[in-house]
Design a binder for this molecule. Structure first.
Ligand SMILES: Cc1cc2nc3c(=O)[nH]c(=O)nc-3n(C[C@H](O)[C@H](O)[C@H](O)COP(=O)(O)OP(=O)(O)OC[C@H]3O[C@@H](n4cnc5c(N)ncnc54)[C@H](O)[C@@H]3O)c2cc1C
Length: 386
């Protein structure tokens, strides 16, 4: 048994509950999710019954009040079973609903969060555009005031939950000259608002089952009561939500890596070569040891950062570190898992190759790892010290 942080009884109950759900409900459906490129509605319904869609948020908005430590424990367990399920619930909660929780008015929180927390509605976060990914401040979607509404026009791409969400957090220019420095505003856009169109599912290398589409906005009339946060402060909302997204991405990497080391230990003890189990070979042992070391680092920084967030500390720099360290460590772990499995690791008969493909996107979304390094370096240079 590896050493553990001291979690509260409630946090351990959450972990065990999600672990059971993943063992009994998610893992048996993971191959079906991969093959059909969709998560069965009924499986998401069961996750909703367990309260997984709003776990991190306070009870007054329909959540479970588990904070980010509890939330990371949940995402870790989900990612042990399915990257698609973890990403669907993760994007919904860590960046979609999170944006409303962070900067919504009391009225907006009461109007939207309960249904989002109950999983009756799914949220999506729409920042990326065809001409602005890393350079998110270069977005071109516009929002023009007209009476008691804003009229939105533009194209968002790579939207997780894009094809299945009911609530879209859309970042748009309300002042073209100011851009990210006071010109971007966030909006809560309902999927039923006329003019919002969901694109076709992207054909991706991995994360099959996680809906990723473009979302186009053609003269979408959004009531002023759905402006999220202050006019011109939308870029700040976007970045604050991404702090949580990056942290929880680290938790997901950690969960997938734990699954990979467990299946690798088992395989190494069963698979025989040259007269004995391959686990007896030092080369295999070294790989297992390095996997454990990577996991220990991931777990340590994820929960330390989640704890700091729950304690009210600002985590932007640390969340960026969690994001790039965990996505790279997670990739190393799954690569070694595949190597330990030899030819079978490359076969679609075993889940290892799926985890390998799923892991790759973690270095890209929620801001590429190059951008995370820039965030950390910029902060260091601004402060002039660690
Ligand atoms: C499966 C998936 C789901 C996604 N979900 C969402 C979502 O829900 N919502 C959303 O808004 N977006 C989402 N994204 C978009 C994602 O955040 C972007 O793809 C990512 O930020 C990179 O943007 P880009 O693809 O435009 O790459 P680019 O910005 O074109 O970058 C290309 C390359 O150039 C590098 N680069 C760019 N600028 C610099 C620089 N200044 N210094 C060094 N290197 C640089 C990048 O690191 C990268 O290697 C998703 C993407 C994927 C693949």
């Amino acid at each position: 048994m590896a050493i553990e942080f001291t979690y509260s009884e409630e946090q351990l109950m959450i972990r065990d509950m999600v672990r059971d759900f993943v063992t009994n409900e998610v893992k048996p459906r993971a191959e079906e999710i991969e093959r059909t490129d969709a998560i069965p509605k009924e499986l998401l319904g069961k996750a909703a019954e367990l309260g997984l869609f709003g776990l991190a948020f306070p009870e007054e908005y329909g959540g479970a009040g588990a904070g980010k430590v509890g939330y990371c424990l949940m995402l870790e367990e989900l990612a042990r079973g399915s990257g698609a399920v973890a990403t669907t619930i993760g994007a919904h909660q860590s960046i979609g609903a999170q944006s409303i929780f962070l900067d919504g008015t009391e009225d907006q929180k009461k109007r939207y969060l309960p249904a989002l927390c109950r999983g009756e509605q799914l949220a999506a976060y729409c920042l990326t555009e065809p001409a602005s990914g890393s350079d998110a401040a270069g977005l071109q979607t516009t929002a023009d005031p007209d009476g008691d509404s804003y009229v939105l026009n533009g194209e968002k791409i790579w939207v997780t939950n894009g094809g299945i969400a009911e609530v879209y957090i859309v970042f748009a220019l309300t002042d073209k000259a100011l851009r990210a420095h006071g010109g971007v505003t966030a909006f809560i856009v309902e999927g039923s608002f006329p003019g919002l169109k969901r694109g076709k599912p992207e054909r991706k290398m991995g994360l099959h089952g996680s809906s990723t589409t473009a979302v186009s906005l053609e003269n979408v009339r959004v009531p002023k009561s759905n402006v999220l946060g202050e006019i011109g402060k939308g870029f700040i909302t976007a970045m604050r939500a991404l702090d949580v997204g990056r942290l929880s991405l680290g938790a997901g990497c950690c969960g997938a890596a734990k699954e990979m080391i467990d299946v690798s230990i088992k395989y190494a003890q069963e698979r025989r070569a040259f007269g004995g189990p391959i686990a007896e070979k030092e080369a295999i042992q070294f790989m297992l040891a390095e996997m454990a070391a990577d996991i220990y680092v991931m777990e340590s920084i994820v929960y330390r950062t989640a704890w700091a967030y729950d304690a009210g500390q600002k985590i932007s720099r640390e969340a960026a570190i969690v994001k790039f360290v965990c996505s790279e460590a997670g990739e190393r772990v799954v690569d070694k898992a595949l190597q330990i499995h030899g030819g079978m690791g490359y076969s679609a008969e075993l889940p290892v190759e799926r985890y390998y493909r799923d892991a790759r996107v973690n270095r890209i979304f929620e801001g590429t790892n190059e951008i995370q390094r820039l965030i950390v370096a910029t902060d260091l240079l601004k402060k002039g010290r660690y």
